[in-house]
Design a protein around this ligand. Structure first.
Ligand code: ATP
Ligand code: PRP
Length: 222
C-alpha cells in the first residue's frame, strides 16, 4: 500500500488534476468528509490529509511514502533540521509546478526599506518562515530581530509589531488590500513531490510509475 500525504485546500485542489491526468482519483472530498485517510481508485494507493507543514515530517519518517509540499514549507523544514541544500532525507524528484507564488519581503508603503536595511542596521521582521527570513537577511548583512507568527502576517507592520514581513505573494492582492508593498523577492515557490528514500527502495515497482506519471502530468500542465 502506498500512502500519499496531501494538505487540505490549495495543495489538495491543485494536485487533484495532476492525479487525474495520471489516472488516479480520490474517492472522497476532504471538504465534506471528516476522514483523514481517503481511498483512491487504486486499492494500493491511499491519501492521508495532514497540515501543510507536517507533510515533510510524515514523508521523512515514513508515515507516508510520498507527499506534495510547497517549496517554502520544504526549505523551512530543511533549515530547521540543519539540512541546508539537501532535503532532510527526502528525495525530491519532481517540481509539480502548481501552487506557484513567491516568498517576499513587504513593508508599509510609508516605510523607508532601503534606509532600514543599510549595512549594520537592525530591522524587526515578522514571519512564519523564520529560518528562510534569517538566512535572507544574513546574506544581505542585515541584523534582524525575528518574530514568529502563524498567520495574518500582514497585520504586523500595520500594528507596529514589526517593520517588515516575509510572506507568500501571488497576485499581490492581499498586500494591496492592507496597504503594504513588496520590496524584495526572496525566492520563487512551487509545490514539490517528496518521496521517502526507503520507500523508493522497498516499493520501487509501485512507486516509480506513480512518480513518473505525476512528472508527466505536471509537464502537461506547465
Ligand atoms: P497550514 O494550514 O498548515 O498553516 P497553509 O495555510 O500555509 O498551511 P495553504 O494556504 O493551503 O496552507 O498553502 C499551501 C502551500 O501553497 C504553501 O506552502 C505555498 O507553497 C502555496 N501557497 C500559499 N499561498 C499561495 C497563494 N496565494 N498562491 C499560490 N500558492 C500559494
Ligand atoms: C497566502 C499568503 C498571503 C496570500 C497571498 O495566504 O499567506 O496572505 O496567500 O496571495 P495573494 O498575493 O494572491 O493575495 P492564504 O493561503 O490564506 O491565501 P488565500 O486564502 O488568499 O488563498
Amino acid at each position: 500500500m502506498l500512502t500519499l500525504a496531501l494538505s487540505k485546500g490549495r495543495i489538495f485542489d491543485e494536485t487533484l488534476p495532476l492525479l487525474q491526468r495520471a489516472g488516479l482519483s480520490v474517492l472522497e472530498d476532504p471538504e465534506t468528509s471528516r476522514k483523514l485517510i481517503l481511498p483512491t481508485n487504486r486499492a494500493d494507493l491511499r491519501v492521508v490529509l495532514v497540515r501543510a507543514s507536517d507533510v515533510p515530517t510524515y514523508v521523512q519518517y515514513g508515515g507516508a511514502d510520498l507527499g506534495v509540499v510547497g517549496l517554502d514549507v520544504l526549505l523551512e523544514h530543511d533549515a530547521a533540521w540543519g539540512h541546508a541544500g539537501g532535503a532532510a532525507g527526502l528525495y525530491q524528484p519532481v517540481d509539480l509546478g502548481i501552487a506557484r507564488c513567491r516568498l517576499s519581503v513587504a513593508v508599509r508603503a510609508d516605510f523607508d526599506y532601503p534606509a532600514a536595511v543599510r549595512q549594520g542596521s537592525r530591522i524587526r521582521v515578522a514571519t512564519k518562515y523564520v529560518q528562510l527570513a534569517r538566512q535572507h537577511f544574513a546574506d544581505k548583512g542585515v541584523h534582524v530581530d525575528l518574530i514568529k507568527l502563524y498567520g495574518s502576517m500582514e497585520l504586523a507592520p500595520l500594528t507596529g509589531l514589526a517593520d517588515a514581513i516575509v510572506d507568500l505573494v501571488s497576485t499581490g492582492n492581499t498586500l494591496k488590500a492592507n496597504n503594504l508593498v513588496e520590496v524584495e523577492r526572496v525566492i520563487d515557490i512551487s509545490a514539490r513531490l517528496v518521496v521517502n528514500p526507503a520507500s523508493l527502495k522497498l516499493e520501487r515497482e509501485t512507486l516509480r510509475p506513480v512518480i513518473e506519471a505525476l512528472a508527466a502530468a505536471s509537464r502537461g500542465s506547465a
